[in-house]
Design a protein around this ligand. Sequence first.
Ligand code: MGD
Ligand code: MGD
Ligand code: MO
Length: 716
Amino acid sequence: MNDMRHAKSLIFIGSNPPEAHPVSMQHILHAKEKNNAPIIVVDPRRTKLAAKADEYVRIRPGTDAAFMLGLINVIVAKGWEDKEFIRTRVSGYEEMLEVAKKYTPEEVEDITGIPAEQTYKVAEMLAKNRPTSLTWCMGGTQHTIGSSITRTFCILQLVLGNMGKSGGGTNIFRGHDNVQGATDMCILSHSLPAYYGLSDGAWKHWCRVWDVDYDWMVGRFKSKEWMNKKGFTLSRWFDGVLEGEDKIHNGGTSVKALIQWGCGSNSNSRFHDVKKAYNKLDLLVVVDPFPTSAAALCETDNVYILPAASQYETQGSVSSSSRQIQWRYKVVEPVYDSKDDYDIMKEFVTRLGFADQYYKNIKQVPEDITRELGSGSLTIGYNGQTPERIKKHMENWHTFDIDTLQAKGGACDGEYYGMPWPCWTEEHPGTPILYDISKPVNEGGLPFRNRFGDVATYAMSGRVENQLAAKGTCNPRSVVQGGYSEFKEVVPGTNWKTDLSQKTIKEALSKGMAPFGNARARCIVWTFPDQIPIHREPLHSPRPDIVERYPTYKDKADHYRVDTRYESEQAKNNDIVKNFPYTLTTGRQVEHMGAGAETRSNKYLCELQPEMYAEINPKLANDLGIRDGGMVTVESPEGGKIKCKALVTERVDETTIFLPYHFAGSWEGESYADQYPEGNEPWAVGDSGNVITNYGYDIITQIQATKDGLCKISKA
Ligand SMILES: Nc1nc2c(c(=O)[nH]1)N[C@H]1C(S)=C(S)[C@@H](COP(=O)(O)OP(=O)(O)OC[C@H]3O[C@@H](n4cnc5c(=O)[nH]c(N)nc54)[C@H](O)[C@@H]3O)O[C@H]1N2
Ligand SMILES: Nc1nc2c(c(=O)[nH]1)N[C@H]1C(S)=C(S)[C@@H](COP(=O)(O)OP(=O)(O)OC[C@H]3O[C@@H](n4cnc5c(=O)[nH]c(N)nc54)[C@H](O)[C@@H]3O)O[C@H]1N2
Ligand SMILES: [Mo]
């Protein structure tokens, strides 16, 4: 984040840091004030960040891929692309360009609503102010094509040659405290820690790390098939409860029990379906410092609330958005009956009868947990950051330079704060900027990773292309002067990812090379439905004519154990748009967090932001007879309905409604605060925005499409 201070221009796409990442603003405004870096904001709403922008680009929700491809098209037509970077470090460029050429600024205007002149203007601002720091957040991801949209952001930065450079890069501001750490540990249903996946090889690797017998592990599953199969995602667990037993891909059974561990519940889209599912469960366990809306909404008796301690009452390692690892120290002992998450986990593990295996390497909690994870998380270089080193950084944080992150003198001399991963060995200083070939690998430099072989043949063109970086393109002091494959077989039968002795990693570093090879960044992903990212209209769109030209995907069966509708849902659009003509989008307020269980339990924050509202443009409000502060009803195509206040504002355009998603505690205007355990009802209650968010999930990640959809609004 601090490296944004070196940017010469900054573009924010679907990211609103004054609300969601206020601390980052010091770096952003530093670039603006000290470097004269123009700020470009791409958002359907004129946000607080847009107020600081040199160029505000109003975009129709869900159409960012078209805008990015349009920018690439203009940049290349003007000859502004970084030809040397593309020649030496990019693959699949020609094929990508063929696709981008279809997105002329006029076509982009039709799809996105962005005037063609503005696409030219932004392209020129980016080309003439390099490097650009590109930031995206949830406005870029929460769409059916979110995984394609984010790829177009990366490709734009490749075309401009802004990757691996100080002041450049793709900077994704993360979500919760330690969500980068949670992601790295793969608290996800499709991978073991550190992105190893679910293959037999991945299980065998982690069984070796945990020092448990692989066959014992297999025996924990109904059958081996379930070890290798993706689980449910958080966004769809309730469909596993509601769908017919034969329909779901879950061993012939619906979901019977649910543990929500640090999950705010009304963060799920289609929340009215979530409510139905709570009441069909045999067992619901909520592990949280607050009861959450789940505990209040569930009308059955089988709900257990386990009071978790907060992060001030525990300690351990956490990872920030910048891949830095920090140690968090305990401030107070857990209060009242609460226990920290480690102790709650221990109670479960002990009663379930596998404490011996679970704690084999763990004598000292949490230091040994950090050590064990590090010893196995070789893929991303989490092995050099020992608890001792992390604590040393915390004690000496004042010796690190804010511009470079590097310590000048003292106990951490030359190291980067928090040892951003990859930190390949206990001597390695950490990697402050990914893919930076200006520095030696031993000093925090890095090439692009080689992951899918050395040569590829592209289906769309039949062209064969070397996937390794060009001759002469490598980090200083690399023994191989150019691209190279990943390191294998230094210890027979292993590779750099599975060699627990870490000899392979050390061998690579001794040669000044990266264990994962030196390759090109790819514009083509041959395992994705869109090998090159393209625009596809949201399932529910205000523009049926664009649906015809840019239709969605085919329906996808067994997508994380549930069937997911794409074309069959979009087929209903012509009817839906007649009754639900307004575009819906959702997001955050600085005063509240996520589903709001914590912040709506805080008197002072509730005084600042006490009520649920819908943002509506003055013209639309006037046409519909809606007044600022008056009550409105908002309805979704799937039967969801909420009541809240109207916030009449130019922030949104005449066809868009914005809802914050932090509220719960009332349903169609009726409070259910009395259903919280006594004394635990929140200070602020309101209808949940997620009752209105529409059906729709990303084709790869299954993230919920909470940033586009349709709705109806009327005076209540
Ligand atoms: N105070 C506070 N801070 C938080 C959080 C919180 O709840 N409260 N949550 C944390 C979490 S978990 C996360 S993930 C981050 C999220 O941080 P952000 O993603 O920055 O927050 P959002 O408000 O969800 O969305 C950002 C912007 O995307 C815009 N947007 C909506 N649709 C589109 C679209 O189709 N295209 C484009 N270009 N923009 C669009 C919205 O208008 C909004 O201004 O914030 C983190 N920080
Ligand atoms: N409409 C709409 N919906 C969205 C989004 C959107 O932009 N629009 N954004 C989505 C995104 S990006 C996210 S990340 C999700 C967030 O959704 P959730 O993950 O549900 O968000 P939070 O409300 O922050 O939930 C965190 C819970 O953890 C509890 N907690 C805090 N500290 C601890 C602890 O130490 N231990 C335990 N056990 N619990 C603790 C808190 O009390 C809180 O109840 O929402 C998603 N939903
Ligand atoms: Mo998030």
